[in-house]
Design a protein around this ligand. Structure first.
Ligand code: HEC
Length: 194
């Protein structure tokens, strides 16, 4: 009986092994990806603005959207709430990020990292907000709403004037205060240490 069982086991194991070694031509998983679906997901915006959609928005328009869809988590003025602060431009021009900055910042618990003092590219705010916010319903903002929100966030951080109009042309030209505070990674590959 035992011998019969182990023979059966061996046959089973060999069959399983053979199956594992020759995968079926099709697995039958997944669904076709229509062009519209791919287009809806293909929304990345690069630092230089490549990928920004048509449309525009002002801080006044953005402020209205913000009050309706963002304030509940990020605070009425972007000061933070259940989610992090979005406004806080301090310091505008202190040392580059690194040990000196960390020493300065460790004595200033009131200085959060925000998009205003930490993000190097304004275009990334557009990319992130359109892709990920509001956290409960990502992907629901129109291009105009997103441009307006970015204008409002930049205005609140003291980076653009209240009258600024954000669009695919103006947004990439905004220079973020933190831009110069990152060291560009110009390693050529290999064991190069900066
Ligand atoms: C339901 C709560 C909620 C709402 C509403 C919401 N957010 Fe957020 N937001 C979050 C959370 C949580 C994070 C942090 C996500 C993470 O770190 O992965 C975040 C992160 C962010 C960040 C990145 C902050 C940073 O410094 O990394 C931005 C910018 C932002 N939200 C903008 C918005 C805007 C604009 C809206 C309105 C359209 C919005 N959020 C609505 C919860 C929310």
């Amino acid at each position: 009986m035992t011998r019969l069982l182990s023979a059966a086991c061996l046959t089973f194991a060999l069959t399983a092994l053979a199956a594992a070694q020759s995968p079926p031509p099709r697995y039958g998983i997944g669904t076709p990806a229509p062009r519209e679906l791919v287009a809806a997901l293909d929304i990345d915006v690069r630092p230089d603005g490549t990928g920004l959609p048509p449309g525009s928005g002002t801080s006044r328009e953005g402020g209205e959207v913000y009050g309706r869809t963002c304030a509940a988590c990020h605070g009425a003025n972007g000061q933070g709430g259940s989610a992090e602060a979005l406004v806080g431009a301090e310091p505008m021009a202190s040392a580059p990020f690194g040990p000196e900055y960390e020493r300065w910042r460790s004595g200033r618990a009131d200085v959060p990292f925000t998009i205003g003092n930490y993000w190097p590219y304004a275009t990334t705010i557009f990319d992130y907000v359109r892709r990920a916010m509001p956290a409960t319903a990502p992907g629901t903002l129109t291009a105009n709403e997103t441009y307006g929100l970015v204008a409002w966030l930049l205005m609140k951080n003291g980076i653009v004037p209240e009258s600024a109009v954000m669009d695919a042309d103006t947004l990439p030209k905004v220079v973020m205060p933190a831009r110069a505070r990152f060291a560009p990674d110009n390693r050529a590959g290999g064991a190069v240490v900066r």
